[in-house]
Design a protein around this ligand. Structure first.
Ligand code: SAH
Length: 258
């Protein structure tokens, strides 16, 4: 890396989890940082209502995917954070959910440390926790599941990922980024020995006003996603906890009340 010209003090980078959407789900620390931010670097999953909490005059840099444009490559985001901090600016790097769950926060933190830039991590409510709460699906339950795993459904070599034992009796599997690959996911899990009738829930736009909770058996997952035109962001939750009668009734009651 070329040696940068620094002007006075180095800024600090805050990798801040913005939670699943609703500003109510920010931690107090995250809210304070956003409300004092001079520079906010954010990705597409961050709700506009959260960005609106920044003070007037704050600078915003979006690294989100835009129509016909690709997301800024990760290296360019890392470089941007480092460059701004070395120029003396504190950076609030806002990410959906938690920065360290499928958020590439680890890579950004490494880049900062390598450049001698102080970096702080502010945890956020990950989509799994937000979806579980909003849909009243307990991720663990003494009668249904004592193991919970988070996996990425869209990653390099999905077929080679070893998910054996992550789903099934007594386990809950939460799949991030799995909408597009739902058919391969269902196939993979059944090849691993899951029965076609294992209950599944798809939670779209969890913890937002537009949330939808769809349920069905594992074998019907691809069809459910297509028929209901499920769009990202959505989580797929696999396991008995998604079919607990009390939770299903609570969800129906909520829907009816709307
Ligand atoms: N760091 C984030 C995850 C980023 S990966 C976190 O901790 O939540 C992006 C994926 O997260 C999406 O494809 C989707 O699977 C999930 N996701 C994020 N926000 C969501 C929401 N409000 N509802 C459902 N899924 C969500």
């Amino acid at each position: 890396m070329t040696s940068p010209i620094t002007t006075g003090q180095i800024g600090t980078v805050y990798l801040v989890g913005a939670g699943p959407g609703d500003p109510d789900m920010l931690t107090l620390r995250a809210a304070r940082l956003v409300m004092q931010a001079k520079l906010v670097v954010h990705d597409g999953l961050v709700d506009p209502a959260i960005l609106a909490m920044a003070p007037a005059g704050a600078r915003f840099v979006s690294v989100a995917k835009q129509r016909n444009h690709h997301t800024l490559p990760q290296e360019a985001i890392n470089a941007l954070l480092v460059r701004e901090a070395l120029a003396g600016n504190d950076v609030v790097r806002l990410k959906g959910g938690d920065p360290f769950i499928f958020g590439r926060g680890g890579e950004e933190a490494e880049s900062c440390r390598a450049a001698g830039v102080p970096v702080h991590i502010v945890p956020g409510i990950s989509a799994a926790n937000g979806a579980a709460a909003a849909a009243q699906i307990p991720l663990t339950h003494r009668d249904s599941a004592s193991i919970v795993s988070f996996v990425a459904g869209q990653c390099k070599g999905l077929a080679e990922q070893d998910w054996a034992g992550l789903a099934g009796k007594g386990r809950t599997l939460v799949i991030y980024m799995g909408v597009k690959t739902a058919p391969q996911i269902a196939e993979k899990l059944m090849a691993d020995g899951l029965t076609p009738d294992v209950p599944v829930a798809v939670v779209e736009n969890a913890a937002r006003a537009s949330m939808r909770v769809l349920r069905g058996p594992l074998a019907g997952l691809p069809d459910l996603v297509t028929r209901e035109r499920v769009k990202s962001p959505a989580l797929i939750i696999i396991g008995e906890v998604t079919a607990r009668e009390d939770a299903t009734l609570a969800a129906l009651a909520l829907e009816a009340a709307e």
